[in-house]
Design a protein around this ligand. Structure first.
Ligand code: R5P
Length: 300
């Protein structure tokens, strides 16, 4: 069956790379915001029969950016799904490299909602066939929905990039004990015996303030501080500062999804990081590692 790729406004560069690797036709979208704040999207296509009877892949990240916040990105994604359904797509595969609201997967305070699950439920309710995400914050939430889901792992791509920078005598450091299993899996891509250590992070559920503790032996080591998301950079900045104080040589701040909100870049670099490395799940100046190969491997 012929496949078509629809490239959403938040994943333009990654989308084109994927279309070229898959050697399939692709269309982009036209978007605007109405004066009342509502979103508008149309797929840039004049002949709807090009979608009718086809297997359609949609790619759209849902992270915040200068041209749209998470909610706008999510609505655009829903609009793309609805448009291709209406035009007669027979199979719909949705690729969301960064899934908004993924961190709202549990209840921290009375009265909250688990919105990560709701976002997934909405996508599932649109009768999509397959959903691909990347390094999801809490992958177990995928079990809540019916359609086929895949959580793509970006760790090998990130590790290959860091190795290409000449990093040696590496220690992988998790800024949070809860993420240490992820860091262990990451460390394996640097070699069999690459050590992993972690800090104990505590976040005040009301103020959001972070404290971190831990005494790590990092003297002369090249340290890779690895997390799934960099949002404001607060977590990374503290972990980097302590790593430097513990004698680290080079320190790399690495995350699959580098949202870089507020003064994140300044915080991380002024804490002593030599580089900030993210993937193109978020299209910005630190998206040095492309997810295209990993996504294409699954779509082939
Ligand atoms: C939280 O559990 C995540 O894994 C990240 O550690 C967090 O999102 C980072 O946020 P920030 O950059 O604002 O400290």
């Amino acid at each position: 069956m012929k496949r078509i790729l629809i490239i959403g406004p938040a994943s333009q560069i990654l989308g084109i790379k994927i279309a070229k690797q898959l050697e399939i036709d692709y269309f982009n979208t036209e978007t605007k915001t109405f004066p009342d704040g509502e979103n508008y999207l149309r797929i840039n296509i004049e002949d709807e029969s090009l979608i009718d009877g086809k297997e359609v892949i949609i790619i759209q990240s849902t992270g915040p950016s200068s041209s749209g916040n998470q909610n706008a990105r999510l609505f655009e994604l829903l609009m793309m799904i609805d448009a291709v359904k209406r035009m007669g797509a027979v199979k719909i595969i949705v690729v969301v490299p960064y899934l908004a609201y993924a961190r709202q997967d549990k209840i921290f305070r009375a009265g909250e909602c688990q919105f990560a699950n709701i976002v997934l439920t909405i996508l599932d309710s649109m009768s999509i066939d397959e959903l691909y995400v990347v390094d999801l914050h809490a992958p177990q939430v995928l079990q809540e929905i019916q359609c086929k889901t895949v959580n793509i792992d970006s760790m090998k791509l990130l590790a290959d990039y860091i190795k290409s920078l000449g990093a040696k005598d590496i220690v992988v450091v998790s800024p949070d004990k809860g993420a240490v299993e992820r860091s262990k899996a990451f460390a394996k891509h640097f070699g069999e015996n690459v050590p992993v250590d972690y800090f104990e992070k505590k976040r005040d559920v009301k103020s959001g303030d972070i404290t971190m503790s831990g005494k790590l032996s990092l003297k002369g080591k090249d340290v890779v501080v690895s997390d799934d998301i960099i949002a404001t950079g607060g977590t990374m900045a503290i972990a980097i500062k302590i790593s430097k104080e513990s004698g680290a040589n080079k320190v790399y701040a690495v995350a699959t999804h580098a949202l870089l909100l507020q003064n994140a870049k300044f915080r991380i670099l002024s804490a002593g990081a030599d580089d900030i490395i993210g993937t193109d799940s978020i299209d910005n100046e630190v998206s040095k590692v492309s997810l295209a190969d990993a996504i294409v491997d699954y779509l082939k």
